[in-house]
Design a protein around this ligand. Sequence first.
Ligand code: HDE
Length: 713
Amino acid sequence: MPPRRTPSKPTPPPPSKNEQLEPYRAHQEDTVLTTDQGIRISDTDNSLKAGLRGPTLLEDFHFREKMMRFDHERIPERAVHARGAGAHGYFQVYESLERYTQARFLTDPSLRTPVFVRFSTVGGSRGSADTVRDVRGFATKFYTPEGNYDLVGNNMPVFFIQDGIKFPDFVHAVKPEPHNEIPQASSAHDSLWDFVSLVPETAHMVMWLMSDRAIPRSFRHMEGFGVHTYRLVNARGKATLVKFHWKPVLGTHSLVWDEAQKVSGKDPDFHRRDLWDSIEQGNFPEYELGVQLVPEGDELKYGFDLLDATKLLPEELVPVQKVGKLVLDRNPDNFFAETEQVAFCVANVVPGIDFTNDPLLQARIFSYLDTQLTRLGGPNFAELPINKPVCPVNNHQQDGFGRQTINTNRANYHPNSIGGGCPMLANPKSAFVHRQERVEGHKIRERSGSFGDHFSQATLFFNSLSKPEREHLVSALEFEVSKVERAEIRERVVNQVLVNIDRQMAERVARAVGVAPPKPPKASELVAGKPAPKLTKVSPALSMENTPHDSIKTRKVAVLIADGFPGRELSQVRKTLEGLGALVEIVGPTLAPVASADGGEETPVKTFQNTSSVLFDAVYVPGGDKSVATLRKLPLAVDFVREAYVHCKALALSGAATTLLDAAGLSQPMAKGLDDAMGVVRSAKNETRGFGQMFAKAIAAHRHWVRESPPPA
Ligand code: HDE
C-alpha cells in the first residue's frame, strides 16, 4: 500500500517562542500558596506535631511534599559544559540562501526565527568560575517552522580529537583527577598533559586552549564555530559543504591571564553577569552568522581533510560570507526551567542541513540524545517548554517518564486504519530526507591517512598570532606544564608535541618547566612537521589583533573619586564616554555621596572594597589635589590604578591624579616615555578638550600590550 501523504497546504506562521512558552509560565501574582494538588495552605512555617514540643506527624502531607520536592531539586549536571548561561533572541537571514539550502530559516529574509543560546565552559562543574582557562560552548537552538535546528558549537574552530571514540578518554583526562577531584575547572594537571603528550592529534586545539581565546572578555566578545564540516542541501537536492561561524559584532577580545584568575575570585559569575546585565540594559549581544562554502568533492583540496575536526579552513582560502544576524534580547525567567533543562542535540537538523562523515560528528549525533535520558530523567524531554518545537509534533511515541501530551488518537502505531492513518507520512518534499551519499568500504577500525598531519595547523595558528598573543600563549604553556608533577610527562609534552609545532617555543617551555631542551630534529621529523601543500603559512584572521578595535560600546569604565574631585571635568568626560556607548561607574571610598571641588556631588555605585580594577575595561581618575591626596592614602585605590596598568587597560589621569602612577610604583616603566600608544592618557592641567576623546580611543584599542615588554635597560 503506498504511504498516505499530507495534502500540501501553506504552513501557517509558527507562534513566536515567547507565545509558545506562555501557557507554561506561572506568573504567581495575586495567588495563594497551595500544595502541588492545589490544596490551599495557611501555615508553611511549622510542621504538624503531636503537642507543642512533640514529634512531627507522618500525616503532614504538606511537609512531606515540600521536603520531597526539595530532596529532588537537583538533576545531574552536564558531563561537560556544566557551567553555563543562556538567553533568548532571534535569528534573521539577510538574503535567501536558496541556492544552497532549502531550510526555511535560511531562505526567508522576512522570518525572525526565535532562538535560545547557551554559552558554557567545558571542564568545570556547575558552580565553577566563569573566567577559567577553557574552551567556551556556544550552542544555539533555532525554533524553526520546520522543527528545531541545533548548532552546537564552541568558541574555537577545531577540537582535541578526530574520532568520537576518544571523547570519554579526553574528558576523563581533562576533568579533575579521579582520586581527589582536583583541580576544578583547570587543565593544568598531570592527566590532561599526559593525554596530550600521548595523543598528538590534540596539538592544534591545545594551541587554541593556551591562547587568549580561552579567556574571553565576555560571551559577547567571542566567536563561535560549528567546528565540523556540515552539508547544505537545496530544494533540487544539490549539496554544498559548509563550515558555520558566529562573528561577534563587538569584535573578539580577551582578558589577561592574571586578570582572569583574579576575576574568578572577585566575581565568579563575571560572564553570566555580563550577559544578563547587557540584555537588561538593552545592549543586546549580536553575532553575524558566517558560512564558508565548499563544493562537494573538494574535501581534500586544501591539503587536509575537511572531515577532520582538528583542522580549520583558513578564511584566506575560503572567505567567510556573513549571511544573517543573531540578536539576544531576552533573559530567561527561570534558570532551571530554561538554561538547565535546555537539551541541545547535534542530530537536530531541518530539511536543507545534513551531516558529513566526520567521525567526531557521527559520535556526537549519538551522544547528545543519549545523555539527556539520564540528565532529564526519561525520553520526554522534548516536551519541556524550552525544548518544544514551535511546529506541530505528532508521532506514535507516547509513553515514558514525565509524559505531558495526552494523545486522544486510539492508534499508536503505523500503519493504522483505526486512527484514519494518522499521523500520516509527509510528502518527501517537505520532509527531512537524508542525502543519498554513496558509501562503500570494508568494515575497519582505522584512521584515514588524510587525518595524519597533526602539527601543520598548530604551527599555522602559532605563526598567525601577533607577538603579544604568541607571548601569552608561551606563558600559558609555561604555567600549565609547570603544574605537571611528573617530569616524564613534562618532558614528553616538550619533545613529542611542542617541538613539532615550534622549536624555539619548545625550548622556552623546556627551560621554564625544568626539562632537557628538545634534541635536534631528525630528518624524518622535519618531513612530518613540514606544512602540508596548499596550506597558507599564516592566516591573519586567526589573530585577535585583526578584530575590530573601533568601538567602546558597553566597555566598563571605573571613575575613582574622593572629596574634592573636579565635578565639571568628570561630567564632560562621562558625557563623551557615554555618548559613545561606554558604561561609566563611579567608585568611591564608601557609598556615601562625594563632594566635588565645584560644589556638586556624585554618589558612588561601588566602593574600593566591594569592587576591583579587574572587573573594568578602563580606569579614569579625575585630578584634584584634595581628592588625589585621599586616594593616595587608600592602598585599594592605588592598587586599582596599578592593576589597570599591569593588565594593559586604558587609563585616564588628569591633574594631580598623574601622581598616582608614582604611588603605584609605576614611575620606572613610565620613565621610558609614556605616550598615547601605551594607552595612558594624561592631562596636566585638568584640561578636558580632547581628553575624553583620546581616552575613548585608548579604550577602543582594548589593551596596550606594549606595557608588557620590559623597559629598556
Ligand atoms: Fe559536546 N557534549 N561532545 N562538543 N558539547 C555535550 O551534551 C560530545 C564536542 C558542545 O549548552 C554533552 O547535553 C561528544 C565538539 C557544547 O547544553 C554530551 C563529543 C563541540 C555542549 C557531549 C563532543 C561540542 C556540549 C554534555 C565528541 C563543538 C553544551 C551534556 C564526539 C563543536 C551544550 C549535553 C549546552 C555538550 C558529547 C565534542 C560542543 C555528553 C561525544 C566538537 C557547546 O552529549
